[in-house]
Design a protein around this ligand. Structure first.
Ligand code: ATP
Ligand code: MG
Length: 568
């Protein structure tokens, strides 16, 4: 009988030796016991020919070999997911870890110790104030303060919240004046709503959208006729300072009374008194009940001015996704861009053209992309945007204006020359355009405006020549005469909106020859008299145009009749 050699990691007790010898069927003195620590555990038995390896070392090398083969064949995703699975069981020390504010200047802070922070995440500082993460750097993060502007100090503790900035939304905000984060500033108490939405939200996808097809009347003749706006459109109002930009947007809001369109007016970086005037105008025009005013005034910090339009858009989205039509006015994007530039410079981001950071285009594009006409599947609501841009010296080709022109569906260019010449609203017909609103114009309007734009453009061009006192022929004279009269027709005071039928009636009348006999200075008064006469003598005429959206031959002859009655 062969002798056995039994190797173990540690010396075996007498009892175990006997048990092993017994199980081998050999007397105890036929078995040699040795120790080898390299086995780690278990035993190895040999009889000179065969080896029975029941050691831990063997198990480990087997397992390693198996793992190697497995990993070599497994797809990367599989390996990563098993790693993720393993790590998910580890304690999340970072989530509860606090960082420290290192610097706090003008509403911009830098903090360290928060390597897990995400862009846009809300930070809680000292258990009291909030900030939003803007920059992620290797050693530190940059954030903008939303509250506690001058109260956060270097050394304060910062914690991650895992949340993003949300604002209160819902119909309770209508009729209210709120700050950039939806906190009331009108002294009317709490905003009673339990609905919140993230300030930044993705824009509706292509398949969630429908074509712009319904008109959104501003009640301003020039706009509704020449640069018509459709629900879901983005139309830029651009012009030098004091050219009637805000007035035009407010007129559009005032005109939504009784039309089931909700409005949001966002004031960015304006004087508090200017915003108070706006609120008063809306109150007087009975328009505040369906409007929310969101105000980040010049005295507010740059971070708040930057956040305001996003918050306001969230408020608008809540209504849009509930199937409502919403009009939002951003007054104005120039100041918004400046607020963003301030933040970016404080965050030490590299400055580009005009010292704006490279992504200044994106702050406006991702905002305006949220305007939409939703598909019927999503309730068919709409968000129409009227961003405002202030130019310097009528230069619409500078950096921010060209950016915003390229992300809107057209622009209404207000010119200070026209404004000072008394042509108000001071719309430059030649440089203003609406790329999609034409589809939404009712037939009645489309049928009468055809020649209007061309006639006006020709008139403005020729008027420049005649300023030098050139002799003109009969043809030119008639173009000039007609243009001057059309211009008179389009003059309009603020806060005096026209209905679509009234606009159509006036434009129709002016397209004919009847008003040739009326002197230029009397055009406005005569047209007003005509409308009054129509309202009294043909009470159903205007409402029939309004309801059918068409100008029937019958109605045309009724208008002709009214004209002859007024002119005699
Ligand atoms: P800012 O650049 O200061 O914001 P703005 O371009 O918004 O100015 P508004 O404040 O709307 O211009 O208007 C400037 C002035 O022109 C106001 O006093 C306003 O009353 C007047 N105004 C605006 N539109 C008209 C109009 N259609 N008819 C008469 N006056 C008008
Ligand atoms: Mg203004």
């Amino acid at each position: 009988m062969a002798d056995f050699v039994v190797t173990s990691a540690r010396a075996l007790s007498e009892e175990k030796r006997r048990a092993i010898a017994r199980s081998l069927g050999a007397p105890l003195d036929a078995v040699t016991f040795t120790v080898d620590e390299a086995l780690i555990g278990g035993i190895v038995i040999t009889d000179g020919e065969n080896v029975l390896d029941a050691s831990v070392r063997r198990k480990v090398t087997d397992a390693a070999k198996q793992a190697e083969e497995h990993l070599a064949n497994a797809p990367l995703e599989h390996i990563l997911s098993s790693l993720r699975e393993e790590f998910s069981h580890l304690p999340k020390a970072e989530l509860t870890a606090a960082g420290i504010v290192r610097t706090a200047v003008d509403g911009v802070i830098f903090a360290d110790g928060l390597s897990r922070a995400k862009v846009g995440e809300l930070l809680l500082i000292g258990g009291e104030y909030f900030a939003m993460v803007m920059n992620l750097e290797r050693e530190r993060i940059g954030a903008i303060l939303l509250t506690g502007m001058n109260l956060v100090r270097a050394g304060d503790e910062v914690r991650l919240t895992g949340k993003i900035v949300t604002v209160p939304v819902g119909e309770a905000l209508l009729g209210r004046v709120v700050g950039p984060l939806g906190d009331p500033i009108d002294g009317l108490g709490r905003v009673e709503t339990d609905r919140f939405r993230p300030a930044e939200a993705p824009a509706p996808a292509i398949l969630d959208r429908a074509k712009v097809s319904e008109p959104l009347y501003t009640g301003v003749k020039t706009v509704d006729a020449i640069v018509p706006i459709g629900k879901g459109q983005r139309e830029l109002i651009i012009g030098d300072r004091q050219t009637g930009k805000t007035s035009l947007a407010l007129d559009a809001i005032l005109n939504q009374k009784g039309k089931n369109v909700y409005c949001i007016y966002v004031a960015i970086g304006q004087k508090t008194t200017t915003v108070a005037d706006v609120v008063n105008t809306l109150k007087k025009g009975d328009a505040l009940s369906y409007t929310t005013v969101v105000a980040a005034n010049a005295s507010d910090s740059a971070p708040l001015q930057y956040v305001a339009p996003y918050a306001a858009t969230a408020m608008a989205e809540e209504l849009m996704y509930a199937g409502k039509d919403v009009l939002i006015v951003y007054d104005d994007f120039s100041k918004h861009a400046v607020a963003y530039r301030t933040i970016s410079l404080l965050l030490k981001r590299p400055a580009g053209r005009e010292a704006f950071p490279g992504d200044v285009f994106y702050i406006h594009s991702r905002l305006l992309e949220r305007s939409a006409k939703l598909s019927p599947r999503l309730g068919g609501g709409s968000l129409t945007a009227l961003p405002i841009i202030e130019t310097l010296g009528s230069d619409i080709s500078s950096y921010i204006p060209t950016n915003v022109i390229s992300i809107t569906d057209g622009q209404i260019f207000l010119e200070s020359g026209l404004f000072h010449a008394g042509i108000r609203p001071a719309v430059n017909v030649g440089l203003s355009v609406s790329r999609v609103g034409g589809n939404a114009q009712p037939k009645a309007m489309r049928s009468v405006v055809k020649g209007l734009k061309l006639d006006l453009a020709r008139y403005r061009e020729m008027a420049v020549f005649t300023e030098f006192g050139a002799d003109v022929d009969e043809d030119t004279k008639s173009v000039l005469d007609r243009g001057a009269k059309l211009t008179q027709m389009l003059l309009q005071k603020q806060g005096a909106p026209y209905s679509m039928a009234e606009e159509v009636t006036e434009i129709y009348v002016m397209s004919g020859d009847a008003f040739r006999v009326v002197e230029k200075d009397k055009i406005g008064a005569t047209l007003a008299r005509l409308l009054e006469h129509i309202r009294a003598a043909y009470p159903s005429l205007l409402s029939s145009i309004e309801e059918s959206g068409e100008l029937s031959d019958e109605n045309k002859s009724l208008i002709d009749k009214a004209v002859s009655e007024v002119l005699t």
